[in-house]
Write a protein that binds this ligand. Structure first.
Ligand SMILES: [Zn+2]
Length: 115
């Protein structure tokens, strides 16, 4: 019988709009388990349905789809780094830094992950 995950108030998915702002390791450097989402894409921790955070769909330049997942600790660190770095030379930002929607959304996500 398939296991149904218990309802949870914990955030398990990174909002799709924010995914491009959280840099991932290069796919070609990752093990098969990390590519499949069995292990944390950053730290290599073994993931379960309770601990995994979904980082959304990613497509490489040559059209390969992959669905990385990560543990809470590494996700927090990556989101914090993304927030602190934004806006940078890679991400386009309209408006003053302090009021940037992307930065605020990353900050709110970080607060969610701290719970
Ligand atoms: Zn990790």
């Amino acid at each position: 019988m398939p296991e149904t995950p218990a309802p949870s108030t914990r955030l398990m998915v990174i909002p799709a709009a924010l995914v491009p702002h959280v840099p991932l390791p290069r796919l070609e450097l990752l093990s098969d388990a990390r590519t499949r989402g069995a292990e944390c894409v950053w730290g290599g921790e073994r993931l379960t349905i309770e601990t995994a955070i979904d980082l959304g769909k990613h497509v490489t330049d040559d059209g390969f789809n992959w669905f990385p997942r990560a543990c809470l600790r590494c996700t927090r660190r990556a989101v914090r780094a993304a927030r602190n770095a934004h806006p940078d030379q890679y991400t386009e930002c309209k408006g003053p830094t302090a009021l940037c929607d992307t930065r605020r959304a990353l900050h709110e996500l970080l607060l969610e992950l701290r719970r």
